[in-house]
Design a protein around this ligand. Structure first.
Ligand SMILES: *Cc1c(COP(=O)(O)O)cnc(C)c1O
Length: 248
């Protein structure tokens, strides 16, 4: 077993245990491996271990890796497809939107009406659609991206109206657990779950089923609060070295 396979196996067991504790089916929880800062060689090892998609934080890094490993633009991951799906999970500026239109299968960090409209126009030109989640700033921290909770429904309505965008869920990054405690983090995740119920009730909102929440340090709490997608980086790929430029 490769190092990655072993870590994926261990993580899957922890996800299954958290799901069992919450009385949930672990099949309903997707593990999104977050490969940011890690070199393409590590991603190849992950592909060999059966991974079919990667989450990346920076659009340029996503594009560079996708150009090298190939990109499956299909809306649903097909496990027989050799090219991985690429999922943008970090902030996306409008001038980088074309990179996601070229290589991304999914964007989890949609957080403004202008970005939604820009993407819709570029996707229309490319003749394709994109799965999106709205990122919500549930912690209220200035440094965090995402729309304010009270603006989520308004943005959801606008996204639903864009024919090239397919709204599949909501995403959040909670505050650090050591700052707000488990209870504070659980409340942020629960708030996202409540907002999803509201979006599901909108006309055209019925596909907004996913809750992307939980990372290496807090995914068990997120699963307890209803997460359907945990974004896991360091627990799968090891610690990140931000000083080092990713090598390919
Ligand atoms: C880096 C990142 C993750 C993964 O973080 P880990 O703590 O390494 O699991 C998840 N979500 C987002 C938005 C990230 O940028």
């Amino acid at each position: 077993m490769s190092g990655f396979s072993q870590r994926l196996h261990d993580l899957s067991q922890r996800v299954a245990a958290a799901a069992a504790t919450a009385g949930r089916d672990s099949e309903s929880i997707r593990i999104l491996p977050v490969s940011k800062t890690h070199p393409v060689a590590d991603l190849r090892e992950a592909l060999a271990a059966g991974v079919s998609e990667f989450g990346e934080n920076k659009p340029q890094e996503l594009a560079t890796k996708a150009a090298e490993l190939g990109a499956n633009l299909d809306l649903c991951a097909d496990r027989n497809e050799v090219s991985p799906r690429w999922v943008q999970i970090g902030n996306l500026q409008r001038n980088k939107a074309k990179l996601i239109v070229a290589y991304g299968a999914e964007l989890q960090s949609l957080d403004s009406a202008k970005l939604a409209q820009t993407l819709n126009r570029l996707l229309d030109q490319a003749g394709r659609t994109l799965e999106v989640m709205i990122e919500v700033n549930t912690s209220g921290e200035d440094a965090k991206h995402g729309v304010a909770p009270e603006e989520t429904l308004e943005l959801a309505r606008l996204v639903i109206d864009q024919p090239r965008l397919h709204l599949i869920g909501l995403m959040t990054v909670a505050a650090h657990i050591d700052r707000v405690g488990e209870r504070g983090v659980f409340e942020m995740f629960s708030q996202l779950a409540g907002l999803r119920e509201a979006v599901l009730g909108l006309p055209g909102g019925a596909d907004c089923r996913e809750l992307s929440m939980g990372m290496s340090g807090d995914f068990e709490l997120a699963i307890a609060a209803g997460s359907t997608c945990v974004r896991v980086g360091s627990a799968l790929f090891g610690p990140r070295d931000y000083a080092q430029k990713p090598v390919s």
